[in-house]
Design a protein around this ligand. Sequence first.
Ligand code: ADP
Ligand code: MG
Length: 236
Amino acid sequence: MIKIKNLHKKFGKLTVLDGLDLDIEKGGIFAILGPNGSGKTTLIKCLLGMVVPNKGEISFQGNNILKEWNYRNNLNYLPQIANFPANLSVIELIKMVKNLRPKQANEQELIDLFGLQPFLKKKLGNLSGGTKQKVNLVLTFMFDSDLIILDEPTTGLDPIALIYLKDLIKKERDKGKTVLITTHIMSVVEELADEIVFLLDGKIYFKGSITKLQEQTNQTNLEHAIANLISKQYVN
Ligand code: ADP
Ligand code: MG
């Protein structure tokens, strides 16, 4: 579904992506992991055309994305930091996003699921971080797309909302969708990920199932397995 070849991205002198290669097959949940600042968000933004790479190729469903934009109709994106207009109400924002996309939207079920009904007329600037994140989730999941990209979707969520989010993600997988998710919460990775994609030093340092990671590192605990991946890198 996604093929990335030799992707390079620098911000000034800082090299963030350094010849990164990655293939994402269609269907399943891919957890994109890596230390803070390892380039997860930059990689996602390159996929979205929001960051232009210095070098490399990206194709989505067989088409080179650097030359055309239509592919973006077929993906949903939850940004790590949502900059909502503070003076707009929740319902105004939802309507605005619906009008921007030429697609059927199903927002009502999600509004009910996350208990957002009492907040619909409130201004976004007055909401708590967790409630804003729930709005962010409604905007992402209300459209039907083949690819769903979630950059730190669990930020600020209460435990019940987290359960609902995990269920939503599993439902998308069951429909054959492809989900890319970044998170630092290992229980989420353990519960959801079909594959782990681990970024380090601007490249994909590991890609494979949790079982493969456990075998390769000789660690059953996921946090330890990942720590082991990183420490091996520094020893070598
Ligand atoms: P991650 O999502 O893995 O935490 P990011 O992709 O956000 O990492 O950032 C990778 C590195 O690139 C960080 O050091 C960050 O400060 C830097 N960076 C990201 N975006 C920009 C930008 N627009 N300008 C300058 N530096 C940036
Ligand atoms: Mg990030």
